[in-house]
Design a protein around this ligand. Structure first.
Ligand SMILES: Nc1ncnc2c1ncn2[C@@H]1O[C@H](COP(=O)(O)OP(=O)(O)OP(=O)(O)O)[C@@H](O)[C@H]1O
Ligand SMILES: [Mg+2]
Length: 601
């Protein structure tokens, strides 16, 4: 089973066609299983309509031989004609159309139920997967799985089968069976041609699966790149990259268009091969019919029946052949979706004996080692933060402060060592449960494209307007919200693009305060504010932080003066630990950092 582990490039591993693979049927069986009876009924109805088609094929032969009496008109010809006509009509309406339509209805309903189940499961899986997976897989690519060509090709295959695959199979088998009764040589030619075509179809399916897999991989990567380009519109304008970006987009489009040309042409070539076999078989059949008729082995009616059957069978055969081709592409899609569905989180919720996260408690890291990929980021971090303490994490950029925060939140698990909350190892707890104990203002707060109220309620879905206003006032956010014509109902742009950097931060602070969590974690939460606002917020923080643990990651050291304790992080280790005054009094990194900032000021 694949894990998005640290040394493994998840996407590449996912795409390795030589690795242990789970069959497409195995992957989709859980979605088919609940619908199996409905599906069987639909297949039965569809198969039954195939017999009606065979009946239709034989009508011509019966007209010539039975109604028209092989040249000597029988006395009750009109009665026979009437019987054949009525029989034909009834079989067509009830045997063919009604069964076909009812089967199709069931198929279509089942399709929607299976699709919804698969989409929901896929989305749930994306939510359950760890950050390692998401950092490595582009959101555009994941979006394409849910609504793009992988699912579409599965739907296309299913749709094709539900229109008439079962019917096509019964038509072929029943027609061949009935013809065998009439003349075995002609039936042998017919069956040989059919058999050869089916063999070619299966070969084509294998080729197609490969072609489609290649195409889908390319398409996913292009979707990912294009989604990135669109998301980065602001940066593109800022750096006048329009020309370069258009060039890159053009390149991606060219790649995709040449690959789809190649794909479609190769798929068409496979069809051409099958048609050739069909025409050769028909030519042989013409000669054999003439030969058998000259030997008086078959009647004119039977000749017409065979020739018509050959022609008529090309319809069901095309349906079967296309099903093979479409299965090739659906199989590729299912396998790709399956890779994501089977990917495991590197921070899994414990299945058995999951421990509850204590409502509040000390935070502890014991000799934690951690790396995102090859390079170690944390090299043995040990710290103990008693409940209620306010602690600042400071240190040079890239030293590992945000990483420590992510491990405390169980967004990642340590490679070695342990992270504990209230004495509980986080690996024994559900990640979402852990994060509920924290009010977090990250370095780059994400603002959803919805109203300000909905954005704030992300922290507490039940919060009423009074509570929201209180949190906003504490975060100094109310003053700008109040000025908006629609106040809390104002909608913000994608990623908070209609707000200033400082407004976004204040909104994120209000969001963190709203949930009233036992631990507040601020990662550069006030870096985008002017000094006055920053001071105001730190004053309120001191008020609201009483009685809970506060972790503040800050570059501006003046803002952490009043913290109970300061941890200086350097090269993935805790280098110094003490109060502001004690650390400033001693020689070391902290003193250098403070003096550096005083020089700047
Ligand atoms: N998702 C990631 N994948 C790979 N490497 C990462 C990832 N996130 C961070 N790093 C690396 O880990 C190291 C520590 O990063 P971290 O974000 O913890 O630093 P920081 O102390 O918070 O820095 P800053 O003060 O600039 O925010 C950096 O070298 C960074 O390049
Ligand atoms: Mg950081």
């Amino acid at each position: 089973m694949k894990t998005f582990g640290d040394r493994e490039n998840g996407t590449q591993a996912a795409e390795n066609p030589h690795g242990p693979r789970m069959g497409a049927l195995e992957i989709i069986w859980p979605y088919i299983r609940p619908q199996r009876w409905a599906l069987l009924l639909a297949i039965g109805l569809n198969a039954f309509h195939g017999f009606a088609i065979t009946f239709q094929v034989f009508t011509v032969g019966w007209l010539v031989d039975w109604v028209l009496g092989k040249g000597n008109l029988p006395p009750d010809m009109w009665r026979r004609m009437l019987a054949l006509g009525i029989g034909y009509f009834l079989v067509s309406i009830f045997g063919r159309m009604l069964c076909w339509h009812l089967g199709y209805r069931i198929f279509t309903r089942v399709r929607e139920q299976m699709l919804s189940a698969l989409r929901a499961r896929f989305f749930r899986q994306l939510n359950a997967l760890c950050l390692r997976f998401h950092v490595k897989t582009s959101s555009g690519e994941l979006f394409s799985y849910l609504f793009g060509s992988p699912l579409n090709s599965i739907v296309q295959f299913y749709q094709h089968c539900s229109v008439g695959l079962a019917g096509a199979l019964t038509t072929v088998f029943s027609a061949v069976g009935m013809l065998l009764w009439t003349d075995w040589i002609l039936t042998a030619i017919l069956s040989l041609t059919v058999g050869l075509q089916v063999f070619m179809m299966d070969r084509a399916r294998r080729t197609n699966r490969r072609i489609h897999l290649d195409f889908q991989k390319l398409e996913s990567s292009v979707t990912g790149t294009v989604a990135d380009l669109l998301r980065g519109t602001r940066a593109v304008k800022l750096y006048s990259m329009e020309k370069a970006v258009e060039g890159e987009f053009g390149e991606q489009i060219r790649m995709i268009s040449s690959k789809s040309y190649e794909r479609d042409v190769r798929v068409h070539m496979e069809w051409m091969k099958q048609e050739t076999i069909g025409y050769a078989g028909f030519a042989l059949m013409l000669a054999a019919c003439a030969w058998q008729f000259s030997l008086a082995k078959i009647t004119i009616g039977e000749v017409s029946m065979f020739l018509l059957a050959f022609q008529q069978l090309s319809g069901p055969l095309t349906i079967i052949s296309q099903a093979f081709a479409l299965w090739g592409s659906a199989q590729a899609s299912i396998e790709r979706i399956g890779e994501v569905l089977r990917a495991t989180s590197t921070t899994p919720d414990p299945a058995a004996d999951q421990m509850p996260v204590p409502p509040a408690g000390d935070i502890e890291m014991r000799d934690v080692h951690f790396s995102y990929d090859e390079n170690p980021v944390l090299n043995g971090v040990s710290l103990l933060i008693p409940y209620g303490q306010s602690v600042a994490l400071v240190g040079p950029s890239g030293s590992g402060k945000s990483t420590i925060a992510q491990l405390l939140l169980r967004l990642y698990d340590p490679d070695r060592g342990a992270v504990l909350f209230g004495g509980q190892d986080l690996r024994q707890c559900a990640g979402s449960e852990v994060r509920r104990r924290f009010g977090v203002v990250p370095q780059d707060p994400f603002i959803f494209r919805t109203t300000i109220r909905q954005n704030l309620r992300a922290a507490d879905p039940d919060a009423d307007d009074a509570a929201i206003e209180r949190a906003c006032r504490l975060a100094n956010a109310w003053e700008f919200i109040e000025k908006l014509p629609e106040k809390l109902d104002a909608r913000v742009g994608e990623g908070g693009s209609t707000l200033s950097g400082g407004q976004r931060q204040r909104l994120a602070i209000a969001r963190a305060l709203l949930a009233n969590p036992p631990v507040l974690l601020f990662d550069e939460a006030t870096s985008a504010l002017d000094t006055l606002s920053e001071r105001l917020i730190h004053e309120t923080m001191r008020r609201v932080c009483a009685g809970r643990t506060t972790l503040i990651i800050a570059h501006r050291l003046a803002t952490v003066r009043d913290c109970d304790r300061i941890l200086v992080i350097n090269n993935g280790r805790v280098e110094q630990d003490g109060t502001f005054d004690a650390l400033f009094g001693a020689n070391g990194l902290f003193k250098d950092l403070v003096q550096g900032q005083q020089l700047q000021a």
